[in-house]
Design a protein around this ligand. Structure first.
Ligand SMILES: [Zn+2]
Ligand SMILES: [Zn+2]
Length: 470
């Protein structure tokens, strides 16, 4: 046995002995994290996502000690320069912090998802996968954090030391699936930790909503607490836009994502894991590969996706750059442009609806002023042949104006990016995704005058709800 295999074994042994709560679970045959009513995914002891996954400790040993085609990560895998996020963002800005960690700045809120600032994704400071690049934002550069979201309790997602640091600094709300709050409170007794079941809907602010939904995965902190705390994905809805965030998932038969797409979609963005997938015989139950991630993006009806869970911690056998390479090949094979699904790197950010700078209006501005301003912008869209009037009418009609000018304009850009030529958008927009550009009209006959738009909006306001033109 070579040194690496020996260390793997030692790591495994130490893992077995690492969790006191887990030992208690064995002795009492009782879930140490959660007691609550039975459901279709909780049998009183264990959680389940409905699949039968037969792999166990024997398979871990077979993977760790068998013939492996492991392609080692380099000691250092340089990332882009660290990001310096603004204090608050009105639209949506997402910065990758490395592996599965993100800073979300959405409609004035600052959220961390699965933040890991520790050197290793492991229960130990001296053993386990070590990071090969620094977090994408230095800890001291993080803006004030309002809430932390945890998808599940694996060490590369729930890093208790990072949670302790952020609790000490900002005392944020901490949201996680059932049972995980017990783990957090064991280390941080006064943490504002709360846990919720799948399908729970929470208000993070007046205009930001969060929904917990299932993923195909599992959980464990030690060897004897498997599936005793729940795992989840998140749907974040802000100002009418939806983002689907997955921490870890297998693909299985994809039916879960078709259902979630039907029930909650469409999504402006899907944030999906694309790494930790080799060897397939062992990993495919709980980690999808880039090919499957593309299928999930399509099943969800997401316009764009960004890929994470690669390039920082080596958890599995594929080399550091295999996930982005495989993603590129998968997009090519599916006939999709590379811009549709970008692999993230620590320090890179994604911004929703990048717009030319627009004058900001006061919040209490009169509706008439807002309508005029929106119509001015709408006129630009019409001039440039970016959107047809029927789309504009739908998007800025009636009570949809309540979101404020940024939101309405965001929706217009969103529509422009979404619609193929002939149904409201210029093809150039589809190609450039996210960048406004002048171009030929698809169909000039559909143009209408801004004054006519104002008139129609006035008429709509006059009419009782339910009688609106759509
Ligand atoms: Zn996991
Ligand atoms: Zn993971």
């Amino acid at each position: 046995m070579d040194r690496r295999k020996l260390l793997s074994f030692l790591g495994l042994g130490a893992l077995l002995a690492s969790s006191g709560a887990a030992w208690a679970a064995i002795s009492r045959s009782r879930n140490p994290y959660y007691q609550g009513p039975l459901s279709d995914h909780f049998d009183g002891l264990l959680f389940s996502d409905g699949r039968t996954v037969k792999k166990g400790l024997i398979d871990v040993l077979r993977w760790q000690t068998g013939k492996r085609e492991r392609e080692a990560f380099p000691q250092l895998y340089e990332a882009p320069p660290q990001d310096k996020p603004p204090a608050r963002v009105e639209g949506a800005r997402i910065v990758h912090l490395g592996h599965a960690s993100f800073l979300y700045q959405v409609s004035g809120l600052n959220l961390l998802i699965d933040p890991v600032y520790s050197d290793r994704a492991s229960p130990f400071t001296f053993l386990g996968p070590r990071r090969v690049n620094a977090p994408g934002v230095a800890f001291d550069d993080l803006p004030p954090i309002d809430a932390v979201l945890i998808t599940h309790n694996h060490y590369d997602h729930l890093d208790i030391e990072t949670l302790a640091l952020i609790h000490r600094r900002d005392r944020p709300r901490m949201i996680m699936p059932l049972g995980n709050d017990t783990i957090v409170r064991a280390r941080i007794p006064d943490a504002r930790a709360e846990s919720h079941d799948w399908d729970a809907q929470l208000d993070l602010s007046d205009n930001v909503k969060l929904t917990l939904v299932p993923s195909y995965h599992w959980s464990a902190r030690g060897a004897f607490d498997r599936r005793m705390a729940l795992w989840c994905s998140y749907i974040l809805e802000a100002d009418g836009r939806k983002i689907f965030h997955v921490g870890d998932t297998g693909y299985h038969d994809g039916s879960l994502y078709e259902r979630l797409g039907r029930e909650h979609g469409p999504f402006g963005l899907a944030v999906l894991p694309i790494g930790a997938y080799e060897p397939r015989w062992f990993m495919s139950d709980n980690h999808m590969n880039p090919d499957e991630a593309v299928k999930v993006m399509l099943a969800l009806g997401a316009e764009q996706a960004i890929g994470h869970h690669w390039g920082t911690f080596q958890l599995t056998d594929e080399g550091v750059e295999r996930p982005p390479e495989a993603l590129k090949a998968a997009l090519q094979a599916a006939g999709l442009p590379e811009e549709r699904f970008r692999p993230m790197r620590p320090g890179l950010s994604w911004t929703a609806y990048p717009l030319p700078a627009l004058p900001r209006l006061r919040v209490d501005v009169d509706l008439e002023v807002r309508v005029t301003r929106i119509v001015q912008v709408a006129d630009v869209f019409l001039e440039e042949g970016i959107l047809h009037d029927d789309v504009l009418r739908l998007e800025i009609g009636g009570d949809r104006l309540v979101g404020g000018i940024d939101v309405v304009i965001g929706r217009l850009v969103h529509e422009a990016q979404r619609r193929p030529c002939g149904r409201g958008a210029h093809p150039e927009i589809g190609r450039q995704r996210g960048r406004l550009s002048a171009g030929r009209n698809c169909d000039r006959q559909h143009r209408i005058e801004p004054k006519a738009l104002i008139r129609r909006l006035d008429e709509q306001r006059e009419r009782p709800p339910g009688d609106r033109e759509t």
